[in-house]
Unconditional design. Sequence first.
Length: 557
Amino acid sequence: MKNSPFSFFSRGEPSGGRDSFDLNEWRRNFILTVLRFACVLGVVLIVITFPTSTDRDRALYVGIYLVLLAITIAPVSYLARALTLLTMTFAIGVNAILAWGPWLDGSLFLLGGIVLTSLLLDRRADWLALILSLLVVGVIAAAQLTGGYQLTADGAPRPGVEVWVGYMVNLAIAGAILITAIGQLKNTFSRMVTKVQGWETSITLEKKKMEEQLHESAEKLASHRMQIQAATSTARAIAESKTISELLETAVNLIAEKFGYYHVGLYVLDEQRQTAFLQVASSETGKQLIGQAFRIETDKRNPIHLTVQFNRHTISSDLDRANFIRDPNFPLTRSRMTLPLAIRGKVIGFFDIHSDQTGAFTTQDAEILQMTADLTAIAFDNARLADETQSLISQLEASTYTQTQRAWSKLTSRKKPAYQYTPAGVRPVFSPDKNSSDEGLRVPLTLHGQTIGKIKLKRKGIAQDWTERERLLVEKIADQIALALENSRLVDEAQKSAARDQMIATVSARIRETLDIESVIRTAADEMRRVFDLKEAEITVGAPSPSSPPDFVKNRS
């Protein structure tokens, strides 16, 4: 019979392997159960058969029982127990045949021994037990038939040749059937156990694989969480930056520090996106290169060209020697990643990140850092717009200051400069400097940063100091006075402008009433004299000729 996963070693010891562990444990428990049952049943059989047995049988039974009891109680090996049990079973069967011949229970013990051999041992031991049983029976039959041996039991019949032959044939057939049936059962059970063990192995491997994947996923999740935390803190610091230089310095330094890269540089492109200028860098080597410009070469292997051209990140490593371009300024670089800085789909610059580790960058790293790059680009654009807005505001303030100064200088040059309240009423002051003194409260009238006048207040009676609250109140009133004066000036200018426009429209309408040249000139001269209240208005039409005196068309009004 083919050796199966349930086989023992050649010396009969149970295998310590995982595959045969279950069967060996069953066999050990099975033989102990058989031995204990035999110890209990043996006492009963000895008591029953003791009065009718011969002295030889009594000695054999007692001896077998003592051996049976010893191997049951003593800590002996499985093989010793199995061989001892099988020997005692065959001995009882052979003893019964020696006493009674091919009758009674001799065949039962021989067949029982064959079954036990098939169950307890492998490697064709059951067929060996059957052959040994047939040989022993044949020897006993030959001795009995030739007169060399006589059956010991009183009254035992003397079997003939046909009886012994029939007995041996029956024993052979019964033993072969039992061995074959048990063998098929063991083979079927072996295949089932093999499948179960295969399933168990597959489940174990799958479990181990899942545990490894779970562990790997946990590590990736922890790394991803740390990267997100680093990106969040970097984004917060970038958002809190107030100037462009502070913003760019914060971005490159935090990316290098939080993510552990030995060089991070930030480049800004020119308008044609053909030249990149290094603005800030985290490494000492990079800081020495700040301000230098280099052209972006059109090369499909160049990561910077791909980033600028297609507005996407690029990752390269020295593992791909065919496409990896080494930067002579950074000889330690083993991995490189470029991230675009884009505003409304237009790339304005890029991050150039270097690592001294092979294969240091993954797509996940690029996705996380791209969020930081996008925030940097937005903050950079906002800061630029804020600077431009502030510059424009400063220009407008300067222009407003100049216009206010010019307008009020012109206005005060032709109007009364001051008014004074007296008990007799409000009167103009034509020379305010002559009446000036250091007494009272003086508050300037300020408009758009330009002083357009002042307020001077004096208390009645004994002079008292002005409180801070009173001073603030007067300053607020002064601001309102300045605004009211400015509004009045603007209204006055608007009215004058409207009057001029009306005058021009009226003159134009009168002139256009006729198509005759002389009538047009006459009407224009008359209207200009009337509008400007002139003594005389003259309009001359004609261009002088270099060869002859001009022929003028004149009209005087």
